[in-house]
Design a protein around this ligand. Structure first.
Ligand code: OGA
Ligand code: NI
Length: 365
């Protein structure tokens, strides 16, 4: 390790030891201007690269209305499946509207997340941890020690991977009921989405469910504090998700951007909508029919932003082997990826910064 890196590691550790997160920096500035510590500042080559990728407000990820979806074998359902297919092939991202989760449930979980992160820093310290054994923990980006620049956000991570079960008592009381309520509604939508995705791949409705793609998951309450210099540090750097799918609820502030072609497209907040994106694992098992697309979060100068992500990782315990679905490998479309286990894929994913090259390359044939 060279001296520079060593110095950076020391700074990272000192920041982590405060257990106060990025929000702690804002609190400490008490209304004054926040100086962005160097550990958050993106490297010059990345900043330069940014200048070459433009933003567009002329494009938008597809919005899919789910009303009528439960009417199986109807032309309405077929139309929805076609929209899911198009969106998953071309964008890797779409929003679902009219999905049936009451607005109040969505508002309450966003409010709970916001209130958790805006509490007095002393109340949050007991949750601040990087201990893999803890099922509920708070930290400033999970790849803190590996990424080239730390991210301007704090996250409360609820891990339902090991137990596939949530003990509400482990959740902070300030967001407990709202989070439990949201998760129980979300699981019904997740069921529907995995059915639609199966059908969009030309498979039986329950194919992805049979593969236990829905089994293990994390629910994460993200908080992106207002950022005085959003061009210098990102809410989350560009990455793809190591999931089958991710379902995200965002508040009205905006800032999530999707790389489409060579342009960043801002995912416009639609009240009551959920953002769905295809992750690496679905790209692999669909033999690349569906795409896991690069995205990032750009900060807002004056407003903080809250989002709640649900990351479906698939079955990790007991280990299960995944690979391209046999039916999707045809003459013109040879098998593109090797078999893998989720635990192995995640281990590789978590042992590098998410701003590094996609983990897909590691399993490509
Ligand atoms: C993520 C992510 C986007 C958001 O956590 O992987 O892309 O808007 N989050 O919080
Ligand atoms: Ni993501």
């Amino acid at each position: 390790m060279d001296i520079l890196n060593d110095d950076r590691t020391k700074k990272l550790k000192a920041f982590d030891d405060t257990k106060s997160g990025v929000k702690g920096l804002i609190d400490a500035a008490a209304g004054g201007v926040v100086d962005i510590p160097t550990i958050f500042i993106r490297p010059p080559d990345e900043l330069a690269e940014d200048l070459e990728v433009t933003r567009t407000s002329l494009l938008q990820i597809p919005a899919i209305y789910l009303n009528g979806v439960d009417n199986k074998a109807s032309s309405r359902r077929e139309k929805i499946v076609e929209q899911v297919k198009q969106a998953s092939e071309t964008w890797g991202f779409f929003q679902v509207v009219n999905h049936g989760i009451p607005i109040k449930v969505l508002d309450e979980v966003l409010k709970g997340a916001h209130e958790f992160h805006e509490q007095d820093v002393e109340k949050k310290k007991e949750y601040y941890s990087r201990d893999p054994e803890r099922t509920v923990k708070l930290n400033t980006n999970f790849d803190f020690y590996l990424s080239r620049a730390a991210n301007w956000r704090d996250s409360l991570i609820i891990d339902m991977v090991k137990s596939n079960h949530l003990d509400p008592q482990n959740l902070p009381s300030i967001c407990r009921d709202a989070t439990v309520d949201y998760i129980s509604h979300l699981m019904k939508i997740a069921d529907t989405l995995f059915e639609l995705l199966s059908e969009a791949l030309g498979l039986e409705s329950d194919h992805l469910k049979q593969l236990e793609c829905e089994k293990d998951k994390n629910v994460v309450l993200h908080y992106y504090p207002a950022c005085p210099k959003p061009d210098l540090t990102l809410g989350i750097g560009k990455h793809t998700d190591a999931t089958f799918i991710t379902i995200l609820l965002q508040d009205e502030v905006g800032g999530l951007e999707v790389l489409h072609g060579n342009k960043w497209v801002n995912v416009e907040p639609i009240p009551g909508a959920l953002v769905v994106n295809i992750g690496d694992l679905l790209q692999i098992i669909s033999n690349e029919k569906f795409k896991s697309v690069i995205h990032r979060v750009f900060g807002n100068v004056t407003r903080s932003r809250t989002s709640v992500g649900c990351f479906f990782h698939g079955a990790s315990t007991p280990p299960k082997t995944y690979g391209p679905i046999e039916k999707l490998i045809a003459k013109g479309s040879p098998k593109l990826f090797k078999e893998f286990t989720v635990a192995d894929y995640l281990m590789k994913f978590y042992s590098r910064g998410i701003d590094e090259k996609s983990g897909l390359n590691g399993v490509r044939i």
